[in-house]
Write a protein that binds this ligand. Structure first.
Ligand SMILES: [Zn+2]
Length: 363
């Protein structure tokens, strides 16, 4: 029997690839902006949009088609403008954690690029502590467990904000991640512009984390002609423990073998890839082949608030393609929990929670 959207919405889910600045629901952004005294947003063309005008703001606050990267980034930058103080950061993490509970996402690994939160002078540690505070208060309010992936940003040139160009190789961030004592820090990430910034540029930062408790979760194979090579480099040069996107993997036997050889999991982001124009059809990801080959692949939403496609929508879209059912839903959920950055004890507790909530045996 095929599953409906409401089946995916009600099923307990785990998500490993969800950017905090792409996940804030429209109503939350409006509320926080007005609380912070921000009443309007000015576009690149000089047009001003009132935050209180829900229809106009809604139109601004969504990615509808392939568009210039500067326009695309304007949405993220608006959210980031609200996350430059400790309380601003904590509020967004708190609200997004509650949003996950409303969508039955009970475990999430947030991706955050701390450099983008230093525009008003916050140090990395203050940014990280504020995120952890919001995650903790959110967990206390709704029970959603979360961890944090600290991503090196690699598109300072596109944003043209001098503050974003700090720590370009990510060495300071890798140091902050290593020194932080919280077990809620999952690892080091690498996000955004893959066209101009190859994984090798960040080898020194990732090397610092080798042999530590941190995972390595770079985006690779999302965009550009070099995406297959970038997946190879992410594994062999950065020592990736998971790969974000990895679009070419499913159709490439050698890449599948490489990931399996190194025990590297894959975070697929089907509707993000489709809507951003990085694939022309969901079949391009060859998720069927990845499952058959035994790759530990999970389904993720990337930037659900901006694409307006939640994790449940991503499941429904790919399950419709392959006419998959409950067995595959359980399989993808097991993959997400198997490749989540958890201790054995945390994973056992999470599997039990998911089994209880789904009524299925996942452990
Ligand atoms: Zn991403």
């Amino acid at each position: 029997m095929s599953l409906s959207l409401s089946d995916f919405q009600s099923f307990p889910k785990a998500e490993l690839h969800r950017h905090i600045d792409g996940s804030v629901p429209l109503a939350v952004v409006q509320r926080l902006a007005l609380q912070h005294g921000v009443s309007a947003v000015t576009l690149r063309n000089g047009q001003t949009i009132s935050i209180a005008d829900t229809a106009a703001f809604d139109n601004f606050y969504r990615i509808t088609a392939t568009e210039p990267i500067a326009d695309l980034l304007a949405r993220f930058d608006f959210v980031l403008s609200l996350m430059q103080t400790p309380d601003g950061i904590a509020e967004v993490f708190h609200a997004c954690t509650l949003d996950c509970a409303s969508k039955n996402i009970w475990y999430v690994e947030w991706t955050m690029a701390p450099a983008y939160h230093t525009r008003a002078g916050l140090a990395y540690n203050a940014v990280i502590d504020s995120a952890l505070r919001g995650m903790r208060s959110g967990w206390q309010a709704c029970g959603v467990q979360s961890k944090l992936i600290l991503a090196i940003q690699r598109e300072a040139t596109a944003r043209q904000k001098p503050e974003d160009a700090r720590d370009p190789a990510g060495l300071e961030l890798a140091g902050a991640a290593l020194q932080h004592s919280s077990s809620r820090i999952a690892g080091l990430g690498l996000a955004c512009d893959e066209f101009a910034f190859a994984p090798e540029l960040y080898a020194a930062a990732f090397a610092k984390t080798l042999g530590s408790k941190l995972g390595r979760m770079p985006h690779a194979g999302e965009m550009g002609a070099q995406r297959a090579q970038n997946v190879r480099s992410a594994v062999s040069v950065l020592g990736a423990t998971r790969i974000g996107h990895g679009i070419p993997v499913g159709a490439d036997r050698a890449l599948i073998a490489l990931l399996k050889q190194h025990g590297v999991a894959l975070e697929a982001n089907p509707l993000s890839n489709l809507l951003a124009g990085f694939i022309s059809a969901l079949e391009d990801l060859r998720l069927d082949e990845l499952l058959r080959a035994g790759v530990c692949v999970s389904i993720n939403s990337d930037d659900p608030a901006l694409f307006r496609k939640e994790l449940a929508d991503n499941f429904q879209a790919v399950f419709d393609v392959y006419n998959w059912g409950e067995a595959e839903l359980v399989q993808f959920t097991k993959h997400a929990l198997a490749s989540a950055h958890m201790t054995a004890q945390e994973r056992a507790a999470c599997l039990q929670l998911f089994s209880n909530k789904s009524g299925l045996v996942l452990a």
